[in-house]
Write a protein that binds this ligand. Structure first.
Ligand code: IPM
Ligand code: MN
Length: 352
């Protein structure tokens, strides 16, 4: 008998449930076309639950999530909850707790009409950022001294281990090889200022590179990288960088590929359970209006299918997304697509 995938679903806050619903609609259709079986289990983690119970993640939640083949997440963030509580308590706790040490963020333009850069075509914007997802400034190390006084000092430490940096860089080389496009891996850092952290990154990068003679290596400072994302995005193939820089440059990447309506990412544990999400937030102002673009969530689903080893299904979903982006949508922004959230989901199903 064929395997039956177990998928945990966390719709979350704001427009999260609306986009997840469209993702699940597409999953049902593609599963029947490709002939695989799955079951889903929903979890109500998010702002509403927190306001009701005072609990971000219940006891044992991570242990339970660890038993799934993948996790499909909508969005986390609630206007009535102080910023940081849900982000740290749910999103970062899951990333860290399930050791999802890679944050994989493709930046791919599907139609030139939606690129804010002049004269850039789909082939010009097609790269992937491999963001370290378990260390760096996100580790939460640091302290206040003399808090609240005029002498106050706040430190926030970037924590980088050889093992943590090496496993991320190794993943990026393997990914670049498998992707088999320009076969170029660019390390993005700040070696001219962050002379401890990025010294470790740089040494590790060039050591690991010796095992991948087929992959060209390159280095760029993070500030210059922002410039080139706008000026020459076609230079990039695969980028590897630390947690904070990866966070920042992938928001810029999302804009270059057409906006948050289309940007997806995966929090990946190559030996465990990975979690896939649209990278935009919970967009409270659009909640319940049936106007949010579900394509980012549907692209996240495509990444999920790839990760659970259903590459045909993944490709089928991506091709359908490309077709409706090119042929149907007026815009990728909420309320301006020319279709409602549910209609866009229906179109993706129709063109599978
Ligand atoms: C992201 C988000 C998160 C991050 C926040 C919500 C904690 O910005 O997934 O990029 O900083 O990683
Ligand atoms: Mn971010």
């Amino acid at each position: 008998m064929n395997k039956k995938y177990k998928i945990a679903v966390i719709p979350g806050d704001g427009t999260g449930p609306e986009v997840v619903k469209e993702g699940l609609k597409v999953l049902e259709a593609v599963a029947s076309k490709c002939g695989f079986q799955y079951e889903t289990q929903g979890y109500d983690f998010g702002g509403e639950r927190y306001l009701r119970t005072g609990e971000v993640l219940p006891q044992g939640a991570l242990k339970e999530l660890a038993n799934f083949d993948a996790i499909f997440l909508g969005a986390i963030g609630h206007p009535d909850v102080k910023p940081g509580i849900l982000e740290k308590g749910i999103l970062l706790t899951t990333r860290f707790g399930l050791d999802q040490y890679i944050n994989l963020r493709p930046v791919k333009l599907y139609d030139e009409r939606f690129c804010p850069l002049k004269d850039k075509k789909p082939g010009d914007v097609d790269f992937v950022v491999v963001r370290e997802n378990s260390e760096g400034l996100y580790k939460g190390m640091g302290e206040f001294k003399s808090k609240g006084t005029s002498e106050e000092i706040a430190t926030q430490i970037s924590y980088n281990t050889r093992k943590g940096v090496e496993r991320c860089i190794r993943y990026a080389f393997e990914f670049c090889r498998r992707r088999n496009k320009k076969k170029t891996l660019t390390l993005v850092g700040k070696t001219n200022v962050l002379t401890y952290a990025f010294d470790l990154w740089e040494r590790t990068f060039y050591e690991v590179a010796k095992e991948y003679p087929d992959i060209k290596t390159d280095y760029a400072h993070v500030d210059a990288t922002c410039m080139w994302f706008v000026k020459n995005p076609e230079w990039f193939d695969v980028i590897v960088t630390d947690n904070m820089f990866g966070d920042i440059i992938t928001d810029l990447g999302a804009m270059v590929q057409g906006g948050m309506g289309i940007a997806a990412g995966g929090n990946i544990n190559p030996d465990g359970v990975s979690m896939f999400e649209p990278i935009g937030g919970s967009a409270p102002k659009y909640t319940g209006k049936n106007v949010i673009n579900p394509l980012a969530a549907i692209c996240a689903l495509s990444m999920l299918l790839d990760e659970i080893k259903e590459p045909e299904a993944a490709e089928m979903v991506e091709k359908s997304v490309i077709k409706i982006v090119k042929e149907k949508l007026k815009s990728l922004g909420a309320g301006r697509m020319g279709y409602s959230t549910t209609e866009v989901g229906d179109l993706v199903v129709k063109y599978l």
